[in-house]
Design a protein around this ligand. Structure first.
Ligand SMILES: Nc1ncnc2c1ncn2[C@@H]1O[C@H](COP(=O)(O)OP(=O)(O)OP(=O)(O)O)[C@@H](O)[C@H]1O
Ligand SMILES: [Mg+2]
Length: 398
């Protein structure tokens, strides 16, 4: 076998074979705080199929949930599956959008990517886009398409009009190609900041006429998302079906973890997985962070197995790493009268109303729920969205 042929096999298998020893080439251990590849998407399979099916058949979806719960991960997996079914997919994170004009430019970049397969970086202004659109291939393909009243080369395009036209063009492309197009708009609650009610009204007016384009709206501020989609007075009232992201079960974590560790000739004590799950409450980001730390600890010690004591060390490390995040969260809570004391009481499983003025308690609890720090469980008790934060509070106040 010549060297070139061997290299091809090596690249194809994504594996390095050196003197008969199989080494995993680029294998991430436990991916944390980033968009995860398909193989690392754990559980939620029924939900994923349901989400995919609804989007495929033209139903727009709103999915809201606290930070780091897995919204973007599941949405990206849905898009990957939809692409396999022949859909066109686009996505935009509104967190980085600074103005309506910038929003329009980003949507045009997305449209351009449908043609080129990559995001055009040459667009810096609406004027660049007008020039780009006037190029013959676009005029030929989309015939009558123009910014409604402006001529190519005109530098005074209204940002809102440009944005409306951008979303109209999205639908035109989908129609022309006779495809379903699914557009993921992440951190959608940011529309309020970008353009307020008038932007929402304008988007709704365009979206409601679209047949081939469906939207997946994600939001990490559930209360704001609820207001946008459930308030009768708002433009997006009832526009999208609101779904709830289910939890990832402990046995799903177990299957994934064992399979992942096997790739590194490692394993994990079944009890140890349950310990991580209990401490993190199965919160995906906390789980991944703790598992990664446990993995690195045993790797460093050249041990083949993660046991409960490794997990304890890993949790301590995880809390140290999360400390700046939780400090910031705490600073956000402090200005709300009594909220810190009430949260400490909940962390220690004590009744939050004891010795407190009911109006303060109610106001503080409303704030904590609205900010996805706690939620009311089915048994009427308050629970932490992130049990690691509960542990952090206990350790600070223990
Ligand atoms: N289904 C999943 N399987 C495995 N890990 C997951 C899953 N969902 C989330 N995670 C883990 O949690 C991390 C955060 O997930 P993700 O970014 O999808 O959450 P999010 O809800 O979109 O967060 P944010 O509110 O910050 O946008 C991921 O990088 C990954 O480590
Ligand atoms: Mg996200």
């Amino acid at each position: 076998m010549n060297l070139y042929y061997m290299k091809c096999i090596i690249i194809y298998n994504n594996i390095r074979i050196i003197r008969g020893v199989h080494l995993v080439a680029v294998e991430s251990a436990f991916p944390r705080a980033r968009v995860i590849p398909s193989d690392d998407v754990i559980g939620r399979h029924g939900f994923l199929e349901h989400l995919e099916e609804r989007l495929y058949f033209g139903d727009s979806i709103m999915l809201a949930g606290p930070r780091r719960i897995g919204k973007t991960s599941i949405a990206n997996e849905a898009l990957r599956q939809l692409q396999k079914r022949g859909c066109l997919t686009l996505q935009l994170d509104l967190l980085h959008i600074v103005s309506i004009e910038n929003f329009a430019i980003q949507v045009y970049k997305q449209i351009a990517s449908l043609h080129t397969g990559k995001l055009q970086s040459a667009f810096h202004s609406l004027r660049d886009i007008v020039i780009w659109l006037s190029r013959s291939e676009w005029s030929l393909e989309y015939g009558d398409f123009r910014f409604n009243t402006k001529l190519p080369g005109d530098s005074t395009v209204e940002p809102l009009e440009a944005l409306e036209n951008a979303f109209e063009l999205v639908e035109k492309v989908a129609k022309k190609r006779d495809k379903r197009l699914v557009f993921l708009l992440d951190e959608f609650q940011e529309v309020e900041r970008i353009g307020g009610s008038s932007l929402l009204n304008a988007l709704r007016t365009v979206f409601q006429h679209q047949e081939n384009t469906t939207y997946l709206f994600l939001g990490s501020e559930p209360s704001l998302m609820k207001t946008i989609f459930a308030d009768r007075r708002r433009a997006f009232y009832s526009f999208a079906t609101m779904l709830h992201l289910p939890a990832i079960e402990v046995d799903e974590w177990e299957t994934y973890t064992l399979k992942k560790l096997q790739k590194f000739n490692m394993t994990m004590d079944a009890q140890a997985i349950h310990v991580v799950f209990d401490i993190t409450g199965g919160h995906p980001h906390g789980m991944m962070a703790a598992l990664l730390n446990a993995f690195l600890i045993v790797k460093q010690e050249n041990q083949p197995i993660i046991n409960p004591s490794t997990v304890e060390m890993a949790v301590v490390q995880t809390l140290e790493q999360f400390d700046p995040i939780y400090e910031e969260l705490w600073k956000h809570i402090l200005p709300i009268s009594k909220a810190d004391q009430i949260l400490i009481a909940i962390a220690f499983d004590e009744p939050p109303y004891r010795g407190q003025t009911p109006t303060y308690v109610k106001r503080a609890i409303d704030f904590l729920i609205k900010n996805s720090i706690i939620y009311r469980s089915s048994r009427g008790r308050y629970q932490f969205v992130e049990p690691l934060f509960k542990r952090w509070i206990i350790e600070k106040n223990g």
